[in-house]
Design a protein around this ligand. Sequence first.
Ligand code: GRF
Length: 266
Amino acid sequence: MVSKIRVGALISGGGTNLQAIIDAARGGAIAADIVFVGSDNPDAYGLKRARDSGIPTFVVDYREVIRSFRQQAAAAQLPGDFRLDEVRAKQALRSRDADPEKVDAFLAGRAVAEALLLEAMAAHPFDLLVLAGFMRNLTPYFIDRVNTDRTQPRIMNIHPALLPAFAGTDGYGDTFRYGCKVGGCTVHFVDYGEDSGPIIGQRAFPIREDDTLEDVRRRGLEQEWQLYPECIQLFAEGRLKTVRMTHELPGGKVCERTVVNILPKG
Ligand code: GRF
């Protein structure tokens, strides 16, 4: 028998994925207890879903935190353990060509909000953190404080496209507008980039000639509700192993990437 893992969730909106995870945990389909639900958005409907299920919730109002950070500018209080040089060197969210001052301000402002998230999460020990429609990029400051063992990533995200195609905030919209004949969703571990971490699971579905964007979104979400609990269960069973792969390409160039191997059951 698989012992239960403690799962924390971060959300920004409606929380239909959260609901699927809560239902799977309640129904015994996954060996997990949801120990908290946090949000950057005080109005997220998913917070109500969590409260209705008796799950502790908290909010770090990113909009407020970032506004007050911008107002204070140079005088803003940064977390004591925040090292800008280190976070800047690791981050892959902002292009290396972007205005360095803007990148630094982005990273520092996010770290202020992320320190509040970490503080709220500290009251609820967890094994796995799932991002379920959490619409904020996480910086290396936050990621390193959750992934304390580099070989065991423990932040998962669900993305509404077949990565690595269509990273960003509107995966189904981008898929539809591009004229793709297949859409899909992806669960992956979070790394320092945007939707770029090692892939755990994917589901695909056909896009037909007469489908609207709404059809694509609906069909995609239905797949997400199945895929996310399945991936959480693989984590609970200890079956997700990240490995560094090296491939030599024709011409001698070497390609390296961390990927997830799914270990056999038992
Ligand atoms: C989902 O499409 C998910 O892939 C994306 O945000 C959406 C969240 O939906 N990251 P919900 O809040 O779970 O209903």
